[in-house]
Ligand binder design. Structure first.
Ligand SMILES: C[S@@+](CC[C@H](N)C(=O)[O-])C[C@H]1O[C@@H](n2cnc3c(N)ncnc32)[C@H](O)[C@@H]1O
Length: 262
């Protein structure tokens, strides 16, 4: 299945894959790591072919053979590696037996066709990769059109974020925009724009989620700043009954997505 076997950590391909833990390397190469046969297969099934496929000696599965054939067919590299290399690549003691390197995809805001899906998600300055990955997974599960990253956000293609998507990284279109770009583009949005604010007076169940509904979520620490909240048709609050002063961003996004689609 493999075109070759590598046992040295100083192999240039292995070094290049390990370097993808760094944002600078991901930004420059436009590549990212997806771990596990399930994620790699998700990639293939949604039209993404690995540029590099690493696998352990014991990894034998018809889906791996398929992924290897697709990778080689697209002039990629398929390499059998040691358990030690897989552990170093994954930075885990119990690494997945298969690691794929894929090309990142960000689409321009202007290419959004909002008609069909009922809900879209915009995240302002999201900071936590686990939250971002969980939101992408939730957006996929709920059938959202895509996730728009507004302002300086964490990288959806970091290893942590991709892990948290559980394979949905390949299924959900991602968009990036500055605050100014988002503000200008929002004017052409054909449906509702619903912001989320802890200080809002409107209960999230009372809002009009005219489709396509665009849900705008705030940063984990600061929340949504006034200039972003002002871009929304309405800002809503999910009631807080206990002593917690807010919900986790990914949980709040899940609640909002399903409310918008109800
Ligand atoms: C952890 S909260 C931010 C808390 C921040 N200290 C604040 O005052 O806004 C992160 C984001 O999750 C959403 N969120 C969390 N709890 C919410 C709630 N009860 N109602 C509406 N949105 C909420 C909002 O988008 C918020 O900006």
């Amino acid at each position: 299945m493999s075109s070759r076997t590598v046992t040295s950590l100083s192999n240039p391909t292995v070094k290049a894959v390990r370097a993808l833990h760094l944002r600078k390397e991901r930004d420059e190469s436009g590549l990212f790591i997806a771990e596990g046969l399930k994620a790699v297969t998700e990639g293939l099934e949604t039209g993404h072919t690995p540029t590099i496929l690493l696998h352990g000696a014991e990894a034998a599965h018809p889906l791996l053979a398929k992924a290897a054939a697709a990778t080689l067919g697209a002039n990629g590299e398929v390499i059998e590696v040691t358990q030690d290399i897989l552990a170093k690549v994954s930075r885990r003691d119990n690494p997945q037996a298969v690691v794929g390197v894929f090309r990142q995809v960000f689409a321009p805001l202007e290419t959004i066709q909002p008609q069909a899906p009922g809900c879209w998600v915009a995240l302002h300055r999201v900071r936590d990769p686990g939250n971002l990955g969980t939101i992408v997974r939730t957006a996929d599960a709920a059938g959202c059109g895509g996730v728009i990253l507004v302002g300086e956000c964490c990288d959806p293609y970091s290893v942590e974020a991709v892990r948290a998507t559980m394979g949905s990284i390949f299924a959900v279109p991602l968009y990036k925009a500055s605050e100014a770009e988002f503000a200008a583009w929002r004017n052409g949005w054909p449906g509702s724009v619903v912001g989320t604010l802890l200080s809002a007076g409107t209960d999230y169940r009372a809002a009009d989620y005219a489709h396509p509904a665009l849900i705008l979520m705030g940063n984990e620490q600061q929340g949504l700043p006034p200039q972003m909240a002002e871009l929304c048709d309405v800002n809503v609050k999910i009631p807080m009954h206990g002593r917690a002063d807010s919900l986790n961003l990914a949980v709040a996004t899940g609640v909002m997505i399903y409310a918008a689609l109800a």
